[in-house]
Every structure is written in C-alpha cells, then in structure tokens.
Write a protein that binds this ligand. Structure first.
Ligand code: AMP
Ligand code: GLY
Length: 424
C-alpha cells in the first residue's frame, strides 16, 4: 500500500513512524511533513489546507490510504473531497468534524444526548454574556467557539477577567472569526484525562488511556498550550472510569452524531475531567491528540494500518488493538516564549546522542533544516518519547534523553508524568 499522512507536527511524525513499520505498506508520503518524517517517508511540499493540491497528489500517485492528522483540513472537508473522488481516507467528514470545529455545537450535542458536561451558555452579545458571568460567578471559563489551536480557552479567576476575555473574543481581536461566538461555562476541578477511541460510526475500539499536560509551566502553572507532554497509561482512568467514559460519553456521542445525520468515523477524542469517581466532558477533538499520539503509538503493539484502513472502508467489525504492557512518556521541548511569540532558527544540538538511548524516540514537531543543521522552526519543537517497564522508568529515560538535547532558550516541563506516580 501507499499511504499519505497529512500534517507536519509531532503527531504526524509518530503516525508516519508507526505506519512505516507495517508490512502492508510499501511507501509513506507526508504532506508537508518535517525533518523527522523525512527520515521515514517522502515529504511533499503541500500545506494541510491546500486541499485541491493534496487531492491531485493522492490521485496521481494512486495513494491507497490517506490519514489526516490535524483538525484544519478535517474542518475544511478533506474527507468529503477525497471520498467524492473514490479515494480512501481516515478521518471524520466535515459535518462530523464539527464536533471539534464548534464548541457551541458540541456542548448542545452533549446536552441533547445527556453526556455529562459543565453547565454553559452560548453568546454573541456582550451584555448577555456579562449577565451570565455575573450570575454564575468566578472562577469561570470562556471559550472561543471555533478552532484556536488549543489556545482559545481562558480560565478566568474573576468576573472582570472573564468579561474582558469575552470582549476580546467577540470584538475579533482574539482568535478572529473563531471568537465571534463564545461558550461560557462552569469551572470544573479534578484531574484530566484524554480518552481516545477509533470508530467507524458504529463499532468502537478504545485506545489506551493517556494524560496531557496543557499548561506551559510545572505544576500546571501558566497559560495553556497545545500540550507540553503526555503519558500512557493514565492511572486516573481506572477500569470503572473507563467503563463510565464508554457508556456515558463515547457511546451516546457516537450514536448521537449518527442520529444527527453526522455519522462519525475516525478518532474521537474526549477530554475528560475526573473527580470523586465521576466524569464530565470538557471537549471533543476530531483527531489524535498531540502529544498524546506519541506515547500511545509507542505503546501500540498491533499494526495500525488494518485499523485505519477498516475505518476508511467503513467497517471495523472484528478488529481489535493490542498494547504493550509498558508505559510511555513524551516530554515536549519548546521554544522560548511559547505559547506566546517565539524565535525560530536556533540550532538544535544533541539529537543523535539522545537517539542512542534504548527505547527512546525523538519525534520532530517544529524543526527545519538550515545550512546543514537541524534548527527550531515552531513553538513545540520536539517530543522526546520513551517506553519503559513503568511510568517511573519511562519518565527517567525520557528526561535522560531530554538532557542530551539543547538549544538557546529551550524550555520544557520537568514534571511530566508526576501525577501518575502519585496514583501508583
Ligand atoms: P478545551 O479545549 O475545551 O479542552 O479546554 C482546554 C483546557 O482548558 C482543558 O484541557 C482544561 O484544562 C481547561 N478547561 C476547559 N474547560 C474547563 C472547565 N469547564 N473547567 C476547568 N477547566 C477547563
Ligand atoms: N493535546 C491536546 C490536543 O491535541 O488537543
């Protein structure tokens, strides 16, 4: 088979890495890819939003399966476009990807199908939003309705802060069109987990549990990012929580999407808040999480390609996934200033040294080649991922690799996986 992976971040490097191991696959392409994917696949210089060019490439090169990593092309309708030309593609349709593309839609869906979630309101009018905020009180959460690269959520500690955030969003200053409608919701406390499944719209295969670290600094301090590290398994997802997530969140959502005329195929990612044995759903994503994908794929024992192909063919029945009975931890190394403005072009040292450590894989996210060097070119630069017999082992191994890599201004959290240790 010839497989095309769309995207160029750490998640896509992990997907290329896993797909390239399949005996079913003769060649992998990645558009646009990064210097990491270039070691395993042929990178194609087409951006993720250039749907017509991607279609032409897939068509001309007789691609057997296209796997879509990020949310933007899904929201633009890449799956519908490819399928209308008879091409097999893994991912939800545009109508199904709306579950991530509009937080107002996903909250209304959860309400309609009794999926547990925080109390909320949806607003386009400043004064109505202010009345809701003053009625509810702080802390309170303000979210841009549309896609905002994981950064469109403000946890406001005071009503005044929440009102300012709403004003910023509704005026279009923050997040442009994505913020022209806002969701305001009750603040939930607890511990988060990323609960991902693969579904054909009917059959559901849960992936191993995972936990992300969204805040930029240690101890969950500072602004939210796309994710500063992840590990799997997440002990907070006990067998009981797993069952509740499947019965209360995933099953009604998959069935609800079908009932709404938006049958869901692909990865469905539920962000859960867990407290006192109960779960509430924070959000849905229409794709693999980044960086959760990196530790999840390192732990996946089965060939992923038959599963992706089965979903693209619309029938997952009888297919299962096996996992290594090990833990994996991914530490994201980021540019100074991220998630705000950051510099590009710093030379990255130590990549080869780090790669020599057993059970370590360094996934590239924001890197580029320049004058014979590998340099930084994004906010999240690398996802240093290690597999170990326990979470403790994999944390130690991942940080041993991190210690060998450096560039000017590099930042990373030093506490990835710590919450898991507190539970075992
Ligand atoms: P979302 O993109 O909706 O998952 O929000 C991003 C992050 O903001 C989540 O992973 C949580 O850390 C935080 N968050 C979102 N909604 C809430 C909420 N209602 N209460 C507390 N934290 C939240
Ligand atoms: N790591 C969170 C996300 O992919 O949205």
């Amino acid at each position: 088979m010839k497989v095309l992976v769309i995207g160029g971040g750490g998640r896509e490097h992990a997907l290329v890495w896993k797909i390239a191991q399949s005996p079913l696959v003769e060649k992998v392409f990645c558009a646009p890819g990064n210097p990491g994917t270039a070691q395993l696949a042929e990178n194609i210089a087409i951006g993720v939003e250039q749907l017509d060019k991607l279609l032409a490439f897939a068509y001309e090169n007789k691609i057997d399966l296209t796997v879509v990593g990020p949310e933007q092309p899904l929201s633009l309708g890449i799956v519908d476009l490819f399928e209308s030309h008879g091409l097999k593609v893994f991912g939800p349709s545009q109508k199904a990807a709306f579950i991530e593309g509009s937080k107002a839609f996903s909250k209304d869906l959860m309400q309609k199908y009794n999926v547990p979630t925080a109390a909320y309101g949806v607003f386009t009018d400043q004064s109505e939003a202010e009345a809701f905020i003053n009625r509810t009180g702080a802390p309170i959460v303000v979210k841009a309705d549309g896609l905002a690269a994981g950064k469109g959520v403000i946890i406001a500690q005071t009503c005044r802060e929440a009102i300012a955030a709403v004003r910023d969003m509704l005026s279009g200053n923050a997040f442009g069109k994505a913020g022209s409608r806002v969701v305001i919701e009750e603040f939930l406390s607890g511990e988060e987990a990323s609960f991902l499944v693969i579904t054909d719209g009917k059959n559901i295969i849960p992936l191993a549990s995972a936990q992300d670290h969204k805040a930029v600094f240690d101890n969950d301090q500072g602004p939210n990012t796309g994710g500063m590290g992840a590990y799997s398994p997440a002990p907070v997802v006990t067998p009981d929580i797993h069952e509740k997530a499947m019965q209360q969140v995933i099953r009604p959502t998959v069935d609800g999407m079908a009932a709404e005329g938006r049958p869901y195929r692909g990865v469905l990612y539920a962000g859960l808040m867990i407290k006192d044995g109960q779960i509430k759903t924070l959000e849905f994503n229409a794709r693999f999480g980044d960086p959760e994908c990196q530790p999840l794929l390192m732990r996946m024992k089965s060939d992923i390609v038959p599963v992706l192909a089965a979903v693209a063919n619309g029938d997952l029945a009888g297919i299962d996934l096996e996992w290594h009975d090990k833990a994996a931890v991914c530490v994201v190394m980021a540019s100074e200033g991220y998630p705000g403005d950051y510099r590009k072009g710093d030379i990255i040292a130590g990549l080869n040294d780090a790669a020599q450590i057993n059970d370590v894989y360094v996934f590239h996210a924001g890197t580029a080649h320049k004058d014979g060097n590998c340099v930084t070119s994004g906010g999240r630069v690398l996802g240093v991922t290690a597999l170990g017999g326990s979470v403790q082992d994999s944390i130690a191994t991942a940080y041993r690799a991190v210690d060998r890599i450096s560039w000017k201004g590099v930042q990373f959290r030093t506490d990835i996986g710590k919450k898991a240790l507190g539970r075992i």
